[in-house]
Design a protein around this ligand. Structure first.
Ligand code: SAH
Length: 262
């Protein structure tokens, strides 16, 4: 694939794995490199979160392999996914490992990259637009403004399966910076309670951004105190991003003129 006026796209040699981010859903938010990878790959090993419209951009004869982890559903073990990538590469395929958002943001991209490195397989990483920043921007919520914050916390609401990492919610609350939470839904009441105990007030603006850039998109603005009840009332489910902090309140000033993603 080539784009007039741009530097040439890299060759995708057989036996190589490209670990790429597919962005939040809408294919128009793919990078040109990810599009090039889709148009070239022999095998596309994709996550459950990768939008079907994105997969539709793959070669008609490409082999699609679903290998996604998804909370609450039976999903392949990470070891098995690593093994598929290594096997396919050794079989001389051009393997595209496609993940929602960015591969290195709560996407287990590191597990796969390090397994490929250990196996002596050449690979390339193609960043993607991460959901936490894309969903917020599209909803008219700035990640930073000069008036409100000089840092943003990206955190995971759902704890690692092996329980090795725990989140100190009180410490995050004390930072006084906006918190962008991935995978917030499974432990929503517990997380919200911990942030309130940690010192955030019930009136802190909070928004749930469900399925950004897809047909199921929903933006729900609330406050930390009312969030759990409001989420239930509005039937908000995964995948969703939770944003907490003053930046959420700024959205109101944009709404009248903000044009949606469609
Ligand atoms: N690597 C991905 C994150 C994977 S973790 C990235 O960089 O975006 C999965 C979580 O991502 C979901 O639980 C949800 O919190 C978030 N997510 C992914 N796509 C989303 C979308 N279109 N809208 C809202 N949240 C999304």
């Amino acid at each position: 694939m080539s784009f007039p006026g741009l530097p040439p796209m890299p060759d995708f040699p057989t036996g190589e794995v490209w670990l790429a981010g597919a962005g939040p859903g809408d294919p128009r938010l793919l990078t040109l490199l990810a599009l090039h990878a889709l148009a070239t790959a022999d095998d596309i090993v994709h996550d459950a979160l990768v939008d079907s419209r994105v997969l539709g951009l793959g070669r008609a004869d490409a082999k699609l392999i679903a290998a996604g982890k998804r909370g609450g559903r039976p999903s392949p073990h990470q070891r098995d996914i690593n093994e598929i990538l290594i096997e396919r590469a050794r079989a001389g395929r051009r393997v595209l490992r496609l993940k929602g958002g960015d591969p290195f943001v709560f996407g287990r991209g590191w597990d796969e990259a390090s397994a490929l490195a250990a196996a002596g397989i050449r690979f390339r990483v193609i960043p993607g637009l991460t959901a936490g920043l894309a969903a917020t921007a599209l909803a008219g919520i700035p990640a930073t403004t000069r008036e409100t914050n000089h840092a943003v916390v990206l955190a995971a609401g759902h704890r690692a399966e092996d329980g090795t990492l725990t989140t100190d919610w009180a410490a995050l609350a004390r930072l006084g910076q906006p918190i962008v939470l991935y995978m917030p839904m499974t432990q929503l009441p517990g997380t919200v309670a911990a942030l309130l105990r940690g010192g955030l007030s019930e009136g802190t603006p909070a928004a749930l951004l469900q399925s950004a850039t897809t047909e199921n998109e929903q933006v729900m603005v609330s406050t930390l105190g009312a969030l759990v009840a409001d989420a239930r009332k509005n039937g908000i489910g995964s995948p969703a991003i939770l944003v907490i902090g003053a930046v959420v309140g700024l959205r109101r000033q944009l709404l009248r003129n903000l044009v949606g993603w469609r």
